[in-house]
Design a protein around this ligand. Structure first.
Ligand code: HEC
Length: 147
């Protein structure tokens, strides 16, 4: 009985953390249509909600201009940049420094789903964000930051 209740509480906590306390998630997802493309998800993505969902990144990254690097490079203005170039002073892995691509919505989407799939041997040890709209929100947040 008590055990059942504890499981229910744990599941509720998991549901909240999975969507970042985002009450508009399902409505926005529905608005994006069935099997939404990344472009359709970006149309309903919200940078402010993405800011909150980027809490998962803040263990390793800063986002404010001029803030120091941590385990990962400062990400201010990373949207649109060459990969492995946002912070020249940061000690990037050779894998990311030599990757050669650009951080647009498509590359960020794939990266946030599974960094190792985009740049094998990257030093970013991150399990990935499985929910596509959660990724789009974080990308919208990155895009909203000027340089
Ligand atoms: C456990 C630490 C850690 C977490 C958590 C983490 N990152 Fe990273 N991130 C790194 C490291 C380390 C690098 C540099 C990777 C390399 O050099 O291969 C990196 C690199 C990046 C880059 C490339 C920067 C550039 O200049 O090319 C982006 C973009 C990025 N992270 C986004 C994110 C986002 C968004 C999140 C949250 C959803 C996140 N990261 C979570 C450690 C982390």
């Amino acid at each position: 009985m008590i055990r059942t209740r504890l499981v229910a509480v744990a599941l509720a906590a998991l549901a909240v953390s999975a969507c970042g306390g985002d009450k508009t998630h399902d409505a926005r997802l529905a608005k994006a249509g069935p099997n939404p493309s990344l472009a359709a998800l970006m149309n309903v993505a919200d940078p402010q909600i993405g800011d909150r969902k980027a809490a998962a990144c803040k263990a390793c990254h800063t986002f404010d201009a001029g803030a120091p690097d941590m385990a990962g490079p400062n990400l201010h203005g990373v949207y649109g940049q060459q990969m492995g170039r946002n912070r020249p002073s940061f000690g990037y892995s050779a894998a990311l420094r030599d990757a050669g691509g650009k951080w647009d919505a498509a590359t960020l989407d794939a990266w946030l789903k599974n960094p190792q799939a985009v740049v094998p041997h990257t030093a970013m040890m991150f399990g990935g964000i499985s929910d596509p709209l959660n990724r789009a929100d974080v990308i919208a947040y990155l895009r909203s930051q000027g340089r």
